[in-house]
Design a protein. Structure first.
Length: 694
């Protein structure tokens, strides 16, 4: 069912001057209407889970005329949508034989039949009970309460405290059972994190906005149930994934150092009390997509790594033997799950970097079977507990994402299970973006770009150009679909075309989905290669569209995109004439202290690698800036602190620069929430470009 007509739109700011051309609703759409609710493309649904019997899917969605999201239930054929019951359980753990469930309810642990009947409270302590985990036989459950591990019987009456940590020690969480006599646990110690401040000024009193930041020290241990003795298997600062084999004989740690330069997978034989390294990888850039897990029943491991330059799938036996690569080629694999010990379901972008398709992978033959056929971009994959169905979000050009399900036994048949795009959206007159792959200046680097062209081409004087730069750095935003992260910006770009602008976006080096080298080229000097790729995109635009006036180019973006706007206008003023920087990093040293997980892998440390920080920070070049900029930043941003805007503006003031504007938003963090703030921000961006590019 559709819930909103878009044909009664308010007139306002951007109206095409081409009176002879038939108008569409987009021609009379206002910027204010674009930024305010009810949102024109509606709200995207979020998949929650499959039903235990595999007949239904549950998802969360907020209708355009409602204030809150609700949970819905739908058959896998897309029919019979209804609200889920008020006692709906969002997550549970199925028993090994599939007959019972355990889940959390009001801080307690309850058990029920697989249809959620015969529910009874299994654990009800004064504390918060969590991390409930079945043993292999389904006769006992390990759980944690107040930071310690306990076990309880399912069929027999018993309860036992297994660990007794000191008050100052980190809480335990459960990794899995090591047979019937051991439990593998982990802890995360943040005691050496430092406190930073993001002050809040809008209330009656100023709040400090204190936040502790740092990289955790993680440990994995094995606990003997009978004695309560805890033996540490692993401890290090950095990042670790841990797992236990189905047999309970082996535990695994998949660890990266804080700089994400080195990865080590270690196996622990819990029966023989021994350990050994089965896989290592290292890079000069930073590791990415380091997925790993044990097989459903066999003692072997699946791991993903980029040793050959692309994120491929490998397996190795737990004893370190039989290391095999199962996928090859110049493509990325953003999703992989075991179906059984010899088969996996995966998603890849091998058909085209702008598309994602689902395959099954036979580990014996390494043959892949393509399950999805339609040209589309897919993400957020979820495999059903019976390993037969995959749910995901699917989008295509000017088609905001809805949820789909595919039966892995029926290749080519995708079923749309939600219909959340408002009525009339498709009739708005959205321009289909031009999706392009081109070669960069080095003659080797292949880059993706998208172009929107103005409704009216001014062949005599040319049309100005706006460059949009996506945030995060490590993200893909040029693909065959409606943007998940930047849908407001995309609609703004459509409006810009009505005012005579070309709009171009480039998935610059650093973006994900294009292999290790493409991502890692920017290591130790962020901004340099991204700018070159955007410049090459502008050259492509001029070649394909002679009316694109690349002597009038504005560039804008938020977060990393804001950083890039300031960097590009400073370091390549011959290519960029004005920059709008939203919540921009201007000084990477600030970001290192509050977000070391991001900055350390890319630039090193400010003390040891000061040159990397200096040449990557727009603040370094601010005093020589000779092109107009506008700075827009949320005052209580606790990701990129307002400090970055302050330092940059102060440098402009002290250098005598009078050609800049700024606006701060008192109650906004990194991701704006208030539609009025969104509107004010984009109104200023539009007026800024009108002033400086016309």
């Amino acid at each position: 069912m559709k819930y909103l007509s878009l044909l009664f739109l308010l007139p306002l700011l951007f109206v095409s001057s081409n009176d002879a051309q038939a108008q569409t609703p987009l021609d009379t759409l206002s910027l204010k209407r674009l930024m305010h609710e009810p949102y024109i493309p509606g709200n995207r649904p979020s998949f929650i889970r499959f039903s235990v019997d595999g007949k239904y899917a549950f998802y969360s969605w907020r209708k355009v005329d409602e204030k809150r999201s609700k949970t819905y239930k739908v058959k896998l054929n897309g029919k019979d949508v209804e609200e889920a019951s008020s006692d709906f359980v969002r997550s549970f753990t199925l028993s090994p034989n599939g007959d019972q469930l355990i889940y959390q309810k009001r801080g307690d642990i309850v058990i029920a039949d697989k249809n959620f009947e015969n529910e009874r409270t299994l654990i009800a302590s004064k504390g918060f009970d969590y991390s409930a985990t079945w043993n292999t036989e389904g006769t006992k459950i390990a759980y944690a309460v107040n930071g310690d591990v306990w076990i309880t019987g399912v069929t027999e009456s018993m309860i036992k405290q297994v660990t007794a940590k000191k008050d100052e020690e980190p809480s335990y969480s459960i990794v899995g059972w090591g047979g019937d006599d051991k439990i593998v646990v982990r802890q995360s110690d943040n005691s050496d994190s430092k406190e930073y401040y993001f002050p809040e000024y809008a209330g009656k009193y100023v709040k400090t906005g204190a936040s502790r930041r740092g990289v955790s020290t993680n440990s994995v241990s094995v606990v003997d149930i009978a004695s309560g003795k805890v033996k540490e298997l692993f401890e290090a600062k950095g990042y670790v994934r841990s797992d236990v084999s189905h047999s309970g004989k082996y535990a695994m740690t998949d660890a990266m150092d804080p700089a994400m330069k080195k990865r080590t997978i270690t196996i622990y034989d819990l029966e023989q009390d021994s350990s050994y390294v089965v896989f290592e990888d290292s890079t000069q850039g930073w590791l990415y997509g380091t997925n790993s897990s044990f097989a459903p029943t066999e003692d072997k491991i699946m791991l993903q790594n980029e040793k050959d330059g692309w994120n491929h799938i490998y397996t190795i036996h737990a004893d370190g033997s039989n290391f095999k690569q199962h996928t090859t080629g110049a493509y990325d694999i953003p999703f992989v799950r075991w179906i059984d010990d010899n088969q996996m379901v995966i998603a890849t972008n091998e058909v085209d970097y702008g598309e994602t398709h689902i395959y099954t992978l036979d580990l014996k033959s390494n043959n892949k079977k393509q399950i999805t056929k339609a040209e589309a971009h897919r993400r957020d994959f979820r495999l059903s507990s019976d390993k037969r169905y995959v749910a995901y979000s699917r989008t295509y050009f000017n088609e905001p994402a809805d949820l789909y399900v595919v039966d892995l036994k029926k290749a080519g048949k995708e079923t749309r299970i939600t219909d959340t795009v408002p009525e009339g959206f498709a009739d708005m007159g959205w321009q289909k973006e031009e999706y392009i792959r081109f070669t960069g200046r080095d003659g080797e680097t292949e880059i993706s770009a998208s172009i929107l062209k103005p409704d009216q081409i001014d062949r005599a004087n040319g049309n100005p150009v706006v460059v949009f730069v996506h945030g995060a750095g490590s993200l893909q935003n040029v693909f065959k679909g409606w943007s998940f992260s930047y849908w407001r910006e995309y609609m703004f770009h459509q409006l810009l075309t009505k005012k005579g602008y070309y709009v171009i976006e480039v998935d610059y080096r650093h973006s994900t989905g294009y292999g290790r080298k493409f991502r890692e080229d920017v290591t130790n000097w962020m901004g340099k290669y991204e700018t070159e790729d955007i410049q090459d995109g502008l050259a492509l635009l001029a070649e394909r569209h002679p009316a694109a006036d690349t002597s009038r180019v504005g560039i804008y973006g938020g977060s990393y995109g804001g950083f890039m706007a300031l960097y590009a206008v400073s370091q390549a003023p011959e290519s960029f004439d004005a920059a709008a920087a939203l919540r921009a990093v201007t000084n990477w040293e600030n970001y290192y202290y509050t977000n070391p997980w991001y900055t350390l892998p890319r630039l090193g440390t400010p003390e040891a690698d000061s040159a990397n920080y200096a040449r990557s920070s727009p603040l370094t070049f601010a005093e020589d800036l000779d092109k107009p900029v506008i700075i827009l930043h949320g005052l209580i941003d606790n990701n990129v602190g307002f400090q970055d805007a302050v330092q940059y503006i102060e440098k402009l003031v002290q250098s005598g620069n009078e050609n800049f504007d700024m606006m701060m938003y008192p109650t906004e963090r990194h991701s704006f929430r208030d539609p009025d703030a969104w509107y004010d921000e984009y109104r200023r961006i539009y007026e800024f470009f009108e002033k400086h590019l016309r």
